[in-house]
Design a protein around this ligand. Structure first.
Ligand SMILES: NC(=O)c1ccc[n+]([C@@H]2O[C@H](COP(=O)([O-])OP(=O)(O)OC[C@H]3O[C@@H](n4cnc5c(N)ncnc54)[C@H](OP(=O)(O)O)[C@@H]3O)[C@@H](O)[C@H]2O)c1
Length: 157
């Protein structure tokens, strides 16, 4: 199973503010949708609440929480239990938020990053990985747009 972290961050690694995204780029949302469609999504409880507890369609939604257990989505209280449950899939997309990215960066096989060019205020951050580009992470694809770039990194070791 390939574990892929997918995130959008600004130049300072900001990913969120007050429990939501600090920006709205519809092209990025479309990119997220077409990249993840058909594959399971693994997310933290805060992200699931941001979705109003409605699973994203066409993809199995799996939630990590130690405090809640939802009836309509599989919820796991440990990362290992969630990954064990998802182990038969060829790709699993980890869709955040900050707490989940931080715990899973070291286990990820691939990063799919939207580099937002503007700076935003925020309270939630993607973990530092850029010091490992060219070492742990090899850039394998990049698509430039005016306001952001889509970039893929694969684990080099
Ligand atoms: N820009 C982006 O690409 C992007 C993507 C996703 C999210 N975001 C932003 O990120 C922010 C949310 O991130 P966040 O860090 O606050 O929350 P989060 O990572 O979505 O969720 C944190 C929660 O997940 C559960 N959790 C964490 N580690 C766990 C573990 N090892 N086992 C079981 N459960 C675990 C806990 O839930 P319980 O408290 O219920 O135990 C914890 O409170 C929002 O602002 C959102 O908009 C941005």
């Amino acid at each position: 199973m390939k574990l892929i972290l997918i995130a959008a961050h600004d130049p300072n690694l900001v990913i969120g503010k007050d429990g939501t995204l600090p920006w709205h780029y519809s092209e990025d949302l479309k990119f997220f949708k077409r990249t993840t469609m058909g594959h399971p999504l693994l997310m933290g409880r805060v992200v699931f609440e941001e979705l109003n507890e409605k699973p994203l369609p066409g993809r199995e939604n799996v939630v990590l929480s130690r405090s809640k257990n939802y009836d309509h989505v599989n919820t796991f209280s440990t990362i290992d239990a969630a990954l064990d449950y998802l182990s038969d899939h060829d790709k699993v997309f980890v869709i955040g938020g900050g707490e989940i990215y931080r715990q899973m960066l070291g286990r990820a096989d691939e990063l799919v990053i939207t580099e937002i060019k503007n700076e935003y205020e925020g309270d939630t951050f993607f973990p530092e990985y850029r010091d490992q580009i060219g070492k742990t992470w090899k850039e394998t694809w990049r698509e430039e747009h005016e306001e952001f770039s889509f970039v893929k990194y694969e684990r080099a070791d």
